[in-house]
Design a protein around this ligand. Structure first.
Ligand SMILES: Cc1cc2nc3c(=O)[nH]c(=O)nc-3n(C[C@H](O)[C@H](O)[C@H](O)COP(=O)(O)OP(=O)(O)OC[C@H]3O[C@@H](n4cnc5c(N)ncnc54)[C@H](O)[C@@H]3O)c2cc1C
Length: 462
């Protein structure tokens, strides 16, 4: 069997890459090792209730009429109708540095500016200088890694404000410990603070079903439960893939969305040490609560997402303990405009976690750790939201091992490798990297990556 294009991975970047290629009438095949599409952002069922594995919110909110906004550009590239895609903007979110300061923000950038003026009046002009720098910056130009912390220290000279701005942007899209590449900071600043959060109507399943149906209408093929085991290389070019079942399929182009370390492994040319070095160290633990009806009615918090930190400084790194509850993200997926508080509703809590400590645990210790860290997390979160999240119809948690298992990302590195391959090029001219390790993060970012890599390397379009 032969295809002009094979895509490894049916996550959001793979689906977007497939749609972009297939819409020009060319045959493509998406190979996905799992039984469900979506990758990091998928879903599963418990007690007949659909639970999402990822989605807190989508970034890059834009009204349908705004032609230049990344979200609308993405929809045009995929030939999807933006006006029939219903979106629910966030109410407002908060960066809460307990006992120090708090900044609210919404999809109106004016709110964040006003909050900074109120809490950091001495830094207002310097913050505006930072915003002007961000507005004029091209984060997609190929340039060396640039320290955001250094730029913020020089420009803002306000360590607490720097930490507070970094906290949500790091939690939602930074693969490096302690610091962040300035281009990535600019992308995340625009997509979270200047554009904002929204949820699509329905669940992630509805969104994935929409993408899958659209892809198949254009004639694209997809095979689930079809993991790629290795690549067939001849004369420096990829000729095809070999599946875990032993079947081979040939292609002219191959797009890999499984990350840089995973792609190196499939190529079979890198030693295990190099692959380990390429893997990211940042992973998360996520708790998901479905409060009972009575409990849900008691949760009166109307914030959409709370990014909190309790330490003197915000530390973004692999923690020394299995989970770092000193900081985290608390998300209320029903607190978006136009969404009714329907039962059952969810509360989601995310913390940084240590992959090695979870990996080393025996099966029984692993289960005990989940229960123990759940208790510790609830104690901290309970104080912030005024509800201890004890009375639940159902609760679940994902560790770094869950993330590794369901995404194929080495060490459960949620944002992939710190080594981003921004132009998507690999050692083979017809093997292109897309998705998280090409440098765009989050749902909208991953989709834009799939589209732009197909445009640049295969279709020859800008
Ligand atoms: C808990 C959690 C919460 C998140 N919350 C948000 C959020 O609220 N908003 C947001 O914008 N982003 C969020 N994200 C991030 C977002 O999900 C990702 O950035 C994005 O989905 C990445 O897409 P991707 O296509 O690049 O990679 P992936 O989703 O990792 O897709 C890669 C796919 O490749 C498949 N694969 C791997 N190896 C093979 C192989 N050998 N053969 C075949 N298939 C293979 C995997 O199974 C997977 O389906 C969250 C992620 C997690 C884990």
């Amino acid at each position: 069997m032969h295809y002009p294009l094979i895509i490894i991975g049916a996550g959001l970047s793979g689906l977007a890459a497939g749609i972009r290629f297939a819409r020009f009438g060319q045959k493509s095949l998406i190979l996905e090792k799992h039984s469900v599409a979506g990758g990091l952002n998928s879903y599963y069922y418990r007690r007949g209730i659909l639970l999402e594995t990822g989605l807190h919110a989508m970034t890059n909110y834009a009204e349908p009429g705004n032609r230049h906004a990344p979200l609308n550009l993405l929809f045009r590239q995929l030939q999807l109708k933006r006006r029939s895609f219903r979106t629910h903007p966030q109410f407002s979110s908060e960066i809460l540095f307990c006992d120090q300061a708090s900044l609210r923000f919404s999809n109106d950038f004016g709110l964040l500016s006003a909050e900074i003026a109120a809490s950091f009046p001495q830094a207002v002009d310097r913050f505006q200088t930072l915003v002007r720098l961000i507005d004029g910056y091209d984060p997609f130009a190929l340039r060396p890694w640039l320290s955001t912390r250094r730029i913020l220290n020089d420009l803002l000279a306000e360590p607490l404000l720097s930490d507070m701005l970094l906290c949500p942007l790091m939690f939602y899209g930074n693969s490096t410990e302690h610091d962040m590449d300035f281009s990535q900071f600019v992308i995340m600043f625009r997509s979270i603070f200047q554009e904002g959060f929204f949820r699509p109507a329905g669940t992630i399943k509805d969104f994935l079903d929409l993408l899958l149906a659209h892809y198949q209408e254009f004639g694209g093929d997809i095979r689930l439960r079809s993991g790629v085991d290795r690549l067939i290389i001849d004369d420096g070019r990829v000729r095809g893939v070999c599946l875990a079942s032993g079947e081979t399929i040939t292609c002219d182009y191959l797009v890999s969305t499984i990350g840089y370390p995973g792609t190196l492994r499939l190529l079979g040319t890198a030693d295990p040490e190099t692959i380990k070095e390429a893997a990211g160290r940042l992973s998360f633990m996520e708790f998901l609560y479905l409060p009972t009806k009575e409990e849900a009615e008691r949760i009166v918090d109307r914030r959409t997402i709370i990014f909190y930190n309790q330490g003197a400084k915000f530390e973004y790194c692999r923690p020394a303990e299995a989970v770092d509850t000193r900081s985290g993200v608390i998300c209320f997926p029903h607190n978006f405009e136009g969404l009714p508080l329907e039962f059952p509703c969810q509360v989601r809590v995310t913390h940084m976690a240590n992959y090695d400590l979870w990996k080393q645990a025996s099966t029984s210790a692993y289960q005990e750790m989940k229960v123990d860290w759940g208790r510790r997390s609830r104690r901290v979160v309970g104080k912030i939201i005024g509800n201890s999240l004890e009375s639940n119809l159902f609760e679940d948690s994902f560790t770094p091992l869950t993330i590794e298992k369901f995404s194929g990302k080495d060490q459960g590195a949620i944002y992939g490798s710190p080594m981003k391959i921004k132009d998507g090029r690999t050692t083979c001219p017809n093997l292109i990297l897309a998705g998280t390790d090409q440098g765009y993060l989050g749902i909208v970012g991953a989709m834009l990556s799939g589209v732009s890599m197909v445009n640049q390397h295969i279709l020859g379009k800008d």
